[in-house]
Design a protein around this ligand. Structure first.
Ligand code: NPW
Ligand code: ADP
Length: 299
């Protein structure tokens, strides 16, 4: 446990019925732009695969278009597998950044590009190697750390804890982080905890939003790249719900938190479907998404 006070929140379970509310098909009047375009800035020479995993997660969740902007090798991998992806810069409704990057040793030009994305005011899903740049965000942010990444983020704010403590008391640390930073937090694990937060205000008086818990239906999700797929799923959901996010005037990150919990639910159910009781690789989760979404829509 810890000396740091966290707001007292009651976490409720979020499940398939809750997620289904965010998985409607496109409307007859929609086109690719009205559905929403997701900008993706992920991957590096060390982790090019994470770029592909996030893009697969996003495209299989359903999104108008993905614009991928990343290093040459990752771009080639993405295009080889997903020719639908556009690699030219342009307008987007939301961003996914940081998967497959490491803050330490990041190229200064990449850091500058990430900061520019964060400063545009669009909703941003911030994963892994961009979590050190949150102070540059001007729009709604949802972060997707695992316990180790949350530990690094908290220690950069002078908060000392341990990975074991975070895992043992995930509700506390997710809530504390949301309150401290004014971002919606999705803390990954067998139980994934999500807390919405207002951007406005300071940590003493910040409004916190829904606090929900998603229980993974299979432990096979614990495999390399699984979190990169989750980040892609969430990116697509944020891009396709940009209008609801704009209209979310509760000011407590409520829509963003529910989208995050929907992503975790979908990720878990797709992993379970792909597994059928056996082992999976991360791409299997992405490939099981369309059938999983169809089943949720049919409920
Ligand atoms: N295909 C891809 O492109 C993929 C890309 N990925 C991308 O990689 C990036 C880094 O993400 P990550 O979560 O792996 O690293 P990170 O948070 O720095 O934690 C490191 C911690 O792990 C530990 N550790 C390491 N080895 C260990 C061992 N054998 N047994 C036990 N512990 C071990 C290590 O401990 P240490 O060795 O220091 O004692 C340290 O504490 C990120 O950008 C992600 O998106 C991934 O998604 C995977 C697929
Ligand atoms: N024991 C577990 N049971 C179920 N799901 C898990 C378990 N461990 C991790 N996960 C899920 O697997 C994913 C792992 O993400 P992450 O740690 O970022 O891995 P990577 O960086 O390799 O993608 C997360 O969605 C997390 O919730």
């Amino acid at each position: 446990m810890t000396d740091h006070q966290s707001p007292s929140l009651t976490f409720t379970d979020f499940g398939a019925a809750d997620a289904a509310a965010f998985l409607a098909p496109p409307q007859p009047g929609d086109d690719k732009y009205s559905r929403g375009v997701l900008g993706v800035m992920t991957g590096s020479s060390s982790f090019p695969g994470a770029a592909l995993l996030g893009v697969e997660g996003a495209t299989r969740t359903g999104v108008g278009m993905v614009r991928y902007l990343g290093p040459g090798r990752a771009t080639r991998m993405v295009l080889q597998r997903r020719p639908e992806v556009v690699t030219a810069d342009g307008r987007v409704q939301a961003w996914l950044i940081g998967s497959g990057m490491a803050a330490e040793g990041r190229d200064p030009s990449v850091t500058a590009a990430l900061i520019e994305v964060l400063s545009h005011g669009h909703p941003v899903v911030v994963d892994a190697g961009a979590l050190d740049l949150l102070e540059h965000a001007t729009g709604p942010v949802v972060i997707t750390p695992h316990a180790g990444e949350l530990l690094t983020l908290l220690s950069s704010h002078g908060i000392s804890t341990s990975r074991a403590d975070i895992t043992a008391d995930a509700e506390h640390w997710a809530a504390l982080t949301a309150q401290l930073l004014g971002v919606t937090v999705l803390l990954k694990g067998h139980l994934t905890h999500v807390v919405g937060a207002a951007q406005a205000g300071n940590s003493a008086d910040r409004a916190l939003g829904p606090a929900v818990r998603v229980t993974a239906p299979t432990t096979e999700l614990a495999t390399a790249g699984s979190g990169d797929v989750l980040a892609g799923i969430l990116g697509a959901l944020v891009a396709t719900h940009h209008e609801e996010l704009d209209a979310d005037d509760d000011g407590n990150g409520g829509v963003l938190a529910r989208l995050a919990a929907t992503a975790a639910t979908l990720h878990g159910l797709a992993g379970e479907r792909a597994s059928g009781g056996g082992p999976i690789v991360a791409l299997d989760i992405a490939h099981a998404l369309p059938a999983t979404i169809a089943a949720l829509r049919a409920r």
